[in-house]
Design a binder for this molecule. Structure first.
Ligand SMILES: [Zn+2]
Length: 523
């Protein structure tokens, strides 16, 4: 059989024909001693072929080339050499070292910025969700931000930025994904957060200056607001010029959006974000410094502030950052209404629409960055509106909803583990819910021990109240059951992938970016 030899074609990365991919992956599974090898991963690249596989939870990658003709690009790869008919096969363990070497050797495994393309952010807390994510996006026109993880999520799942990125890189390899992906270090709040994620290789940096934001500004009485304003003037050198630039002014955009910076609107914006402006600049500088010329992009996130982001605040932030030479690719406002985790939007959709249109107009007027929608999963009733109102210039972030598909698999395939896990996290709910916008209440949801197997999924994955409990307690679930969860997901990998594809495809279909693009051309 000369399959080993002929699969190593000379051009850049391309999938093998399905028949060859199947035969080669079956042969490699035996040769490498893996439990499975993924036919969809089989590609040829510059004189070699690549196949990814797994043994239990351990990842593996095989790279083969004709005997005596080892391609230069493989020189940094360290693996066990095995002989196959006409070829040498390098079997690599999917360690951090191997995945970094592969990432450096193969351009399609290097994360890159999302740019202006409509993009979809996927948080993957299990490190096994990427294949389902990529299947859901296939043919949609969205650019995937695969490794999207906040520092909070990494802490709760006990993973490092490097592990998060490794999982996405392997997932892309496993899926034979050759068209690029991004990596979003989400909600970075400190310079140390920036350093850790820059070093790991992330390329999207979502900067959250919440620690410098004075969130109470909109709730202050006039006297307190004035006092806080005077304090900002004394603290922030640039603040002295802001009164002249903004106070009492009305800014008009595209003849339809008028942003008034009168009286309180001006003072609230300055008090709330005056100290954040220099901090964002400092974080941005740190990103440039630590990524050393790597193509990167920045998102400004204020979605976790306590009050709805006003047009005045948006204008103030956008202008002040631009004036200091900072460019950013995304802006995440705090929107009106409730973006609770894992359930549909709660609020007045017409008011939300007006505000999305306003932010989109302001984004176009200040450089054309995308509007970023956080906690964006499961908001089916507003997707079409978001795509249209932003004219397709948006980014949507999802994370917990993919964890919920893992929860679905556990409920279906291991009811005993599910009951133990569910019982445990119900006890952690009061503590775990603190950092989230949710309304679920364990007292109103039947305990798992009282439910039939067949009802577990309905009560805790499908229905909102139970869904929210499982959604926010993932950290507690990981802490107590991590190994058992991962072992089950590895065993039920195909089901997990199918569930993710099904659930996230609904999001992608609802967002209709193709229609949104047409609308842009017409307007
Ligand atoms: Zn957010």
């Amino acid at each position: 059989m000369d399959l080993f030899e002929t699969s190593a074609r000379s051009g850049d990365a391309a999938p093998l024909a399905p028949k060859a991919a199947k035969a080669l992956s079956a042969a490699i599974r035996n040769l490498a001693g893996w439990d499975r090898a993924y036919p969809e991963s089989a590609i040829s690249h510059q004189g070699a072929w690549i196949v990814a596989g797994r043994k239990g939870l351990a990842r593996g990658v095989a790279v083969g080339f004709p005997v005596g003709k080892r391609p230069r690009w493989t020189s940094a790869l360290k693996g066990a050499e095995k002989s196959a008919p006409g070829a040498t096969v390098l079997v690599l363990e999917g360690t951090h070292e191997s995945l970094v070497a592969l990432r450096e050797a193969l351009p399609f495994l290097q994360p890159r910025p999302t740019g202006k393309t409509p993009s979809f952010g996927f948080g993957d807390r299990t490190g096994m969700a990427t294949p389902g994510h990529l299947l859901a996006l296939r043919g949609s026109g969205f650019f995937p931000n695969l490794a999207q993880q906040s520092i909070r999520e990494m802490t709760r799942t006990q993973r490092s930025p490097a592990e998060v990125l490794d999982a996405a890189v392997f997932g892309a390899l496993q899926s034979g994904h050759l068209t690029g992906f991004g990596a979003d270090a989400d909600h970075l709040k400190t310079l140390d957060d920036v350093d850790r994620c820059a070093e790991a290789g992330f390329v999207s940096f979502t900067l959250d200056a919440i620690e410098k934001v004075i969130d109470a500004a909109p709730r202050m009485n006039d006297a307190d607001l004035e006092q806080a304003y005077q304090k900002i003037l004394a603290e922030v050198p640039a603040a002295k010029g802001w009164e002249k630039k903004y106070s009492g002014k009305t800014f008009t955009f595209e003849k339809k959006v008028a942003v008034r910076m009168e009286g309180r609107a001006f003072r609230e914006a300055i008090v709330k974000y005056g100290r954040a402006i220099p901090y964002w600049i400092e974080m941005d500088k740190r990103v440039r410094q630590k990524t050393k010329g790597r193509a990167c992009e920045i998102e400004i996130a204020v979605d976790e502030t306590g009050a709805v982001t006003t047009g005045a605040e948006h204008v103030f932030i956008a202008r002040e950052l631009a004036e200091r030479g900072m460019t950013f690719q995304g802006f995440a406002p705090r929107f009106v209404g409730e973006f609770e985790k894992g359930v549909d939007y709660k609020g007045e959709r017409k008011i939300l629409q007006d505000s999305v249109i306003e932010h989109a107009v302001l984004a176009r007027a200040h450089g054309g960055y995308k509007i970023s929608v956080h906690s964006g999963s499961d908001k089916f009733s507003i997707y079409a509106m978001i795509a249209k109102a932003t004219e397709g210039r948006f980014h949507l972030k999802t994370a917990g909803t993919s964890w919920m598909e893992a929860v679905r698999v556990i409920a279906r395939k291991d009811p005993a583990l599910f009951r133990e896990m569910c019982d445990h996290v119900r006890g952690q709910f009061a503590k775990d819910r603190a950092s989230y916008h949710i309304s679920g209440d364990p007292a109103k949801v039947p305990a798992p021990l009282t439910l039939q197997d067949a009802d577990l999924e309905r009560v805790y994955v499908v229905e909102d109240a139970g869904r929210q409990i499982m959604h926010v307690t993932y950290g507690s679930a990981f802490t107590a059951f991590r190994d058992r969860i991962f072992a089950l997901l590895a065993k039920e990998e195909d089901l997990y992938t199918a569930c993710l594809q099904k659930h996230l495809s609904r999001h992608v279909k609802g967002l209709k970016i193709r229609g949104a693009r047409k609308a842009t051309v017409k307007a």
